[in-house]
Design a protein around this ligand. Structure first.
Ligand code: SF4
Length: 386
């Protein structure tokens, strides 16, 4: 990582995503008691006997640290179903890593474990809430009483002073109640609202996704919400939210284009996105973002289930830097359809996971984006007039 001084004086740190990821997600186990209807992992009740063991986990943490010390997120399944989770956390934190985890809200999340996590130096604890009411959330999580339990756990985290992140998957089930959901996120004192736009993979179904126009509406609403909300907003599988932020800021004259080229002005606006505390460049699957499964398989993301290597066979650094699939994913000029000629392709590029889930081709266009790039319109016009 190196620091760059932006022309307007802001110091901006950049990472070369062809060499190092910004964030590594490690699925420490696939075991989980919940049966969420959108579960990416199609989680199982018991840990897989082939899951990375403690020594392999320590070796993996060392390898992650060596690729420029990215953010490390423990996910599952349910992280709490792993006995050594706090030893792993402590080990990583003691190396100087920023670690957070996203356990499932079950009876396994006890006050003792929360205190242990705090002592281990975890930077943030993420819990999922997928609706503002028990009926919406419990239906989504597949367990009656999950809403009440999650709120109870959140209150204990608040008492401990542990920074809280609330994760929400936006789908047909909660689309109509997002206003209420945002109020609840504020009421529960979350420092971050992490929003996932459903990708139809694992148990997630295409009929559960909101439409492209509804994605657009959600993004515009989020942009407005972000101006006043007492929490930060981050999105996953919503790369086109960056395009909406840029367009809205341009409309509000927050982007001074001057006489610089439009592409430059987009890059310029990327700094503004950074100002909103997002990753400094457009993170996408396999591009600044990498996922290690419970058995060591390396995937561009948990939502893009194409194996590009295994950490038992090759160091993570080599897989990340040299995988031909990851190299393709990191080259927006290779994207097909409108994403490939869109002027926003370097800051957005569409969700590669969703493109893959819907079309079977990870280089295809984001199927849930309403934007028609000018270059696409020109191409379409010349094709129809010839
Ligand atoms: S067309 Fe593709 S690259 Fe352009 S804004 Fe939409 S998703 Fe992003």
């Amino acid at each position: 990582m190196h620091n760059m001084v932006h022309p307007q004086g802001r110091v901006h740190s950049t990472i070369d995503y062809s060499q190092n990821p910004f964030i590594v997600i490690w699925e420490v186990t696939r075991a989980c008691e919940l049966k969420c209807i959108h579960c990416r992992a199609d989680a199982q009740t018991k840990p897989d006997s082939n899951q990375l063991n403690h020594e392999e986990g320590i070796k993996l943490i060392d390898e992650i640290y060596e690729i420029n010390n990215p953010m490390l997120v423990f996910t599952g399944g349910d992280c709490m179903m792993r006995d050594d989770i706090f030893e792993l956390s402590e080990y990583a934190v003691n190396k100087g890593m920023r670690v957070s985890m996203t356990p499932s809200a079950t009876q396994m999340v006890t006050k003792e474990r929360m205190e242990r996590a705090k002592r281990a130096g975890l930077s943030r604890w993420g819990l999922s809430l997928d609706g503002p009411t028990p009926s919406i959330h419990d239906h989504f999580r597949g367990i009656h009483g999950s809403f009440a339990l999650t709120v109870e756990k959140i209150k204990s985290l608040n008492e401990l002073g542990m920074p809280l992140q609330i994760n929400t998957v936006i789908s047909r089930y909660n689309y109509e109640s997002l206003e209420q959901m945002a109020e609840l996120v504020a009421e529960l004192k979350a420092v971050m609202w992490y929003i996932f736009l459903l990708v139809p993979t694992g148990r997630g179904q295409i009929d559960d996704c909101i439409s492209p126009a509804e994605h657009e509406k959600v993004f515009r609403w989020l942009y407005e919400l972000g101006k006043t909300a007492p929490f930060d907003i981050k999105t996953t599988a919503a790369q086109h939210y960056r395009r909406v932020v840029i367009q809205q800021k341009t409309r509000e004259n927050l982007v001074d284009k001057g006489d610089i080229r439009y592409e430059d002005s987009i890059m310029d606006t990327a700094y503004l996105i950074d100002g909103l505390k997002r990753a400094p460049q457009g993170v996408n699957d396999g591009n600044g973002f990498i996922f290690v499964s419970h058995t060591g398989d390396v995937l561009p993301s948990g939502l893009l289930p194409i194996k590009v290597g295994n950490v038992r066979e090759r160091p993570l650094k080599d897989i990340y830097r040299e995988s031909p699939i990851l190299k393709e994913l990191r080259n927006p000029d290779l994207y097909k359809g409108k994403c490939g000629i869109c002027e926003f392709r370097f800051v957005c590029g569409g969700s590669r996971s969703r493109a893959y889930a819907v079309t079977g081709d990870y280089l295809e266009s984001e199927p849930y984006c309403v934007y028609i790039p000018p270059a696409h319109r020109i191409l379409h016009m010349s094709l129809t007039t010839n």
